[in-house]
Design a protein. Structure first.
Length: 562
């Protein structure tokens, strides 16, 4: 058990620690993360991953990774591989404990036969529409199927023939015999096996019938000796069925189902079906599109696993559903990257600056700190020359009051280099400024004037001679409304943000960024946090994704002085 006595416990930890006192589950903690391999994991899954693996770590137990692969029609090996990569990237390891529900298909079949033999399951031949009618409503009890009282022998024969592929899909199902008058609809003789003639990625064409989730999940937990089966609140009404199956099958191990509130994040959708729809309809470039709430999308965008784990820690574990502000996720990322991200200079919308009194052909190098928050990260050398690029927004020919950047007659500090004063501008035929002329103070090397005068403005720059041309992708929220699912009668796709991606070409970055490694996020000074795009970045054509801006422009969540 953990020695973290001073750390506030969530309600699941309280349950576990009470179980220790009564020696329930033999004093062990065995959890599992059981994704369906029918899509990529998203930020909601990250909460479950952190919770399940975190509890196992805290209480010196273990956490299994188990793929719930009971629907081969929707499953793909691509999803299995991506799920493993995402869990590892978040910092967790299942060791030797990776399993598949398909590992237990033989045992599950045996359990089903045993239920039939005990008179607790029967083959039903109602069609899907009839089954729905017989099921009843929340206020009206269901009706018993006319096939409910088939003999054990007939049920065993039909189930055997189902397994041998004699019948068509939908012709028969196997149902648990529980209570059609139950107030809990899940207990009204739920389907536990259906005919599905599809190739499975692991078992091939061996099986013509596949178990349903509610039958598979609890028995897989029992097979793996899971102690605490932690799931989200939508499964709360399934818990009586979970317990019924374990009792009816007389499993030696009785895992305990505990429900917690799922993660709901504004300005996005968390349904794998809808995320798949966005991919298939090409509203995004793929599951790892940096606008997607998938873990792979967040990774490609420049998020760190530390930031995501901290986010999951801050939102906590609750018993009631709530909506979390996306700004909190971004805030956690800024906090993390501010401490760890190396600094660099980049110019996204370049304006040429020429220092007229700087010697032509001369090149200097200046020492710039890699991260002022962490001096141990050292410095880098940045080349400086007579011709530079600055941001267009850092010059105003007719500046407003309290504008401390570059303007005619105004002096600014070039980060880590010199002070320069604007003396003239060059315009094109339309009257737009295309070049700024300046003079520099040779006695202000490093940005500190010899006479001690104060200069309030500091801007970033790159040497026109040495800078690398780059492409920068500016990502924003994928949707324009907080709850794209919640607008009654509306299709969530109507709220896609047309400005969620802006591609800026002809940018310039420090020459050292040509060797940037994917997976490393930089702070482009004064602009935000950016990372090399893992799909498109090359030394010859650097492509950077904006992970997050320096300040939040969507919400009130903002750290003072950030």
């Amino acid at each position: 058990m953990s020695n973290e006595a001073d750390t506030p416990r969530n309600f699941i930890e309280e349950i576990i620690e009470d179980d220790f006192k009564t020696n329930r589950h033999g004093g062990k903690v065995v959890t599992r993360f059981p994704p369906e391999p029918n899509g990529y994991l998203h930020i909601g899954h990250a909460k479950s991953i952190c919770l399940n693996f975190g509890l196992a770590e805290k209480y010196r137990g273990r956490c299994h990774l188990r793929f719930d692969d009971t629907n081969p029609v929707k499953e793909d090996i691509e999803y299995i591989e991506s799920i493993q990569e995402d869990v590892r990237w978040l910092g967790f390891d299942w060791g030797e404990h990776m399993y598949y529900a398909s590992d237990y298909f033989g045992r599950l079949h045996d359990y089903a036969v045993d239920l039939i033999t005990k008179g607790k399951a029967y083959v039903c031949s109602l069609g899907p529409e009839e089954t729905r009618k017989y099921r009843g409503t929340l206020t009206e009890p269901g009706k018993e199927s006319p096939y409910r009282n088939r003999s054990v022998e007939e049920n065993l024969d039909l189930f055997r023939r189902m397994a041998e592929g004699e019948f068509q899909e939908g012709e028969h199902v196997l149902r648990a015999k529980i209570d059609m008058a139950s107030g809990n609809i899940n207990m009204r003789d739920p389907v536990i096996y259906r005919i599905l003639k599809a190739e499975h990625h692991r078992t091939g064409g061996k099986w013509k019938i596949y178990p349903m989730y509610d039958f598979t999940h609890c028995l897989s937990d029992a097979e793996e000796d899971i102690s605490h089966s932690i799931c989200t609140l939508e499964f709360e009404n399934n818990r009586p069925l979970y317990d019924w199956v374990l009792e009816a099958c007389e499993t030696p191990n009785r895992p305990q189902q505990i429900e917690f509130a799922r993660l709901n994040l504004n300005y996005t959708v968390m349904s794998k079906r809808k995320l798949l729809q966005l991919v298939q309809e090409k509203h995004v470039s793929g599951w790892d599109d940096p606008r997607m709430p998938t873990i792979s999308g967040l990774r490609r965008r420049g998020y760190s696993p530390e930031a995501i784990r901290e986010f999951c820690n801050r939102i906590g574990v609750a018993k009631r559903d709530s909506v979390v502000d996306y700004a909190l996720l971004e805030h956690c990322l800024r906090e993390d990257l501010n401490r760890r991200a190396p600094r660099a200079m980049a110019v996204l919308r370049p304006l040429k600056l020429i220092i007229e009194n700087y010697p032509e052909g001369q090149v200097e190098e200046f020492e710039a700190m890699n991260n002022p928050e962490d001096p141990s990260m050292g410095t880098r050398r940045v080349p400086f020359s007579r011709e530079l690029y600055i941001e267009q927004d850092d010059f105003r020919e007719d500046p407003p009051k309290k504008y401390f950047r570059l303007a005619p007659g105004q002096e600014v500090r070039l980060r880590a280099a010199y002070l320069v004063r604007c003396t003239d501008v060059v315009k094109d035929s339309s009257g737009s400024v295309i070049e700024v002329r300046c003079t520099y103070d040779p006695d202000s090397r490093g940005g500190t004037p010899a006479d001690g005068r104060k200069v309030r403005g500091t801007i970033h720059w790159v040497s026109a001679t040495h800078a690398l041309g780059a492409e920068v992708r500016l990502y924003d929220r994928l949707f324009t409304v907080e709850n794209p699912d919640g607008e009654e009668g509306s299709d969530y796709r109507k709220f896609l943000n047309p400005a969620s991606l802006e591609v800026v070409k002809n940018c310039y970055v420090e020459p050292g960024l040509g060797n940037a490694e994917t997976g490393v996020t930089f702070q482009f000074e004064r602009l935000g946090y950016f990372c090399p795009d893992s799909g498109d970045f090359t030394a010859e054509h650097p492509v950077f994704n904006r992970a997050v801006t320096l300040r939040d422009s969507w919400s009130r969540i903002e750290k003072a002085g950030e």
